[in-house]
Design a protein around this ligand. Structure first.
Ligand code: CTP
Length: 130
């Protein structure tokens, strides 16, 4: 079974590895769409700290990940699901309900987010250090 998930995965943290490991356990092949720098700018209103080629290198190096591609546009999710023959789409539950319309293409599963950690929070903490 092919599993697909998407994210920016900027300033890689334990919440990221938790969802990737949980996703990988659902099938035999985990495919990860990593947001391009441009997509991150439009989605989150800021430049990522790590550039896309570095984020891709980090995600590709993980034992639980089999294939990585750049997600260029949020509008192309259905195309990516079809292209990579995904049986299951996994997202964190901050996206709960937002991808239900893909259930005609594959199963859609939301995992609970790891509490108390996010890229945004890490950036804020680092900024506040004097
Ligand atoms: N994620 C998670 N638990 C966290 C943080 C992220 O399960 N504590 C999941 C998200 O739900 C998503 C994936 O990791 O499915 C990639 O999330 P991403 O937006 O790249 O990370 P965040 O830390 O949420 O980034 P930001 O603070 O910039 O929104």
């Amino acid at each position: 079974m092919n599993i697909i998930t998407f994210g920016t995965f900027d300033v890689f943290h334990v919440g990221h590895i938790n969802i990737l490991e949980s996703a990988a356990e659902l099938g035999s092949r985990l495919i990860v769409g990593v947001s391009s720098d441009e997509l991150n700018r439009s989605k989150k209103g800021r430049d990522p700290i790590y550039l896309e080629q570095d984020r891709i290198k980090i995600i590709s190096s993980l034992k639980c990940v089999d294939e990585v591609f750049i997600e260029e546009s949020l509008e192309l999710k259905a195309e990516y699901i079809k292209k990579y023959k995904a049986d299951v789409l996994v997202m964190g539950d901050d996206w709960k309900g937002k991808f239900d319309h893909f259930s005609n293409l594959c199963k859609v599963i939301y995992f609970p987010r790891t509490p108390s950690i996010s890229t945004t929070e890490i950036i804020e903490v680092v900024k506040s250090i004097k």
